[in-house]
Ligand binder design. Structure first.
Ligand SMILES: Cc1cc2nc3c(=O)[nH]c(=O)nc-3n(C[C@H](O)[C@H](O)[C@H](O)COP(=O)(O)O)c2cc1C
Length: 294
């Protein structure tokens, strides 16, 4: 089946599936495998310390995939940046941004804090700017500043939390009414039903974070993958970390861990989501060979 949404059409990817940003493991091998499997792979710029290393990573991406890929700039919120002398702020990314634009990268994601300077430069250079945030207020503001799409992360997800964060369901259905640019749903999504549900709620793509961490290509340890597979998401401490904002500034995986039962390749992961989603659509009576929600 052909999957057509405003995001697949905008950036030329096969499936409406976007890779999350990952401090630590969001590197070329992982991202290229994601792009090769039909989604949008993303390398996370904060994993690189020098221009040369960052440039090498972009070169590596180009060798590993001929499909579209993106670069993420995660910006540390000022309140946290004060505690971290090496915090990545918008200014610290400007040289990386020039390198990536010069290298022909066309798709960028920004996250964790407003990124209007970077966004403006992306707009001026004809690049796509996807901003990721946790509240509709920030989403509306990023749309006004020129973002081409918004990733909204629900409270069932992970990453930096906001005390006013809503669920993925409230985020996406309300965003569909309040935004005019495409929406990418994130937060707690880990299977074909969640994927299809997000599209039904109004998303043009789904961003997977936790769900792809137990894939063969993800650079976390085997022990971490085992932990993910065995995580009881109904266990109180885990639940509290996710829903009661006890995550603080730690990166922990999300409720999507409940859907992980074995280590698979990224291609298997994405193929399974698509195959199962198509089976569900067929069981509902959809018999077409193109799903067009663009
Ligand atoms: C280990 C880990 C590291 C992460 N690092 C970042 C990061 O550096 N920047 C960012 O914007 N998001 C980061 N995220 C959040 C993901 O990009 C994505 O928004 C989130 O995982 C979506 O929720 P989900 O895990 O429920 O799919 C991280 C997530 C995990 C699990």
């Amino acid at each position: 089946m052909i999957w057509k949404t405003n995001i697949t059409e905008m950036i030329g990817i096969k499936y409406p599936i976007i890779m999350g940003a990952f401090a630590g493991v969001g590197r070329a091998e992982f991202a290229a495998a994601f792009s090769n499997a039909g989604g949008l792979g993303i390398i996370t710029a904060l994993n690189y310390n020098t221009n040369k290393v960052f440039q090498n990573e972009i070169d590596k991406m180009k060798n590993l995939t001929d499909k579209p890929f993106g670069v993420n700039f995660s910006i540390m919120p000022p309140i946290m940046a004060k505690k971290h002398p090496k915090a990545r702020t918008e200014e610290t990314y400007i040289e990386f941004l020039d390198i990536a634009i010069e290298a022909g990268v066309k798709i960028f994601t920004t996250s964790a804090y407003q990124a209007n300077e970077i966004g403006k430069k992306l707009n001026d250079n004809g690049c796509y700017w996807f901003h990721k945030c946790t509240t509709l207020k920030h989403a509306i503001s990023a749309e006004k500043s020129g973002a081409n799409a918004i990733t909204l992360v629900g409270v069932e997800g992970t990453g930096f939390k906001n005390p006013l964060q809503n669920t993925t369901l409230v985020n996406v259905t309300m965003a569909k009414k309040l935004l005019s640019i495409p929406i990418i749903a994130a937060g707690g999504i880990g299977d074909a039903r969640g994927f299809l549900a997000a599209l039904a709620m109004g998303a043009d793509a789904v961003c997977f974070g936790t769900a792809i961490m137990a894939t063969k290509e993800c650079g976390v340890s085997q022990n971490y993958k085992k932990k993910l597979i065995n995580q009881d998401i109904f266990e109180e401490d885990f639940y509290r970390q996710i829903f009661h904002h006890e995550l603080k500034d730690k990166s922990i995986y999300s409720m999507a861990a409940g859907h992980i039962d074995k280590v698979v390749s990224l291609k298997e992961f994405i193929d399974n989501i698509i195959k199962e989603a198509e089976n569900i659509l067929n069981s509902w009576g959809f018999k077409g060979n193109q799903l067009n929600i663009a």
